[in-house]
Write a new protein. Structure first.
Length: 159
């Protein structure tokens, strides 16, 4: 059981790194879309908010206006997530990921996940943590089963 936990926990930094790479790719795309919207607004000598509002006010173009708003919101959200992961220490990055993850992105990473060999400090720490968790978890289970057996059997030495 300890080995199984060690193997699973050793993959946490690798999963986090692959998630971060995909997040960065999506962020690049979102920032490119944001730059296009900004350039289009500048070409009309308008602030971005006014440019988008013109689309929203037009029944024929309101859908495009909502898409632009969604693109800008996504760029902000992805930037915040990427910044949080980039600034986290390697050992803390998986914990940061748990608090600020995108479930669709995590699902994509999980589908294409490639296991890694943990050779860095974070990988070794998570492997050690998994080993200890598995060992003490198994020891606790064995202890509970042993205690139940002792309670369930009446003492045979009493006469």
């Amino acid at each position: 059981m300890a080995i199984l936990f060690a193997l699973v926990f050793s993959q946490i930094p690798s999963f986090t790194q692959q998630y971060h790479q995909r997040l960065a790719g999506r962020l690049d795309f979102a920032l490119q879309r944001e730059a296009e919207i900004t350039a289009d607004a500048r070409s009309m000598n308008l602030p971005v908010s006014t440019y988008i509002q013109r689309f929203l006010d037009s029944p024929d173009h309101a859908l495009e206006g909502r898409r632009m708003e969604a693109s800008l919101t996504l760029a902000r959200q992805l930037s915040q997530q990427e910044e949080a992961l980039r600034q986290a220490l390697p050992i803390a990055a998986p914990l940061r990921l748990v608090t600020q993850y995108d479930s669709a992105l995590a699902g994509d990473v999980f589908q294409l996940y490639r296991p890694g060999l943990p050779l860095d400090l974070a990988g070794l720490v998570y492997t050690l943590f998994g080993t200890l968790l598995g060992y003490f978890g198994l020891a606790g289970i064995v202890r509970c089963i042993g205690a139940r057996r002792r309670v369930a059997k009446p003492s045979e030495t009493v006469q």
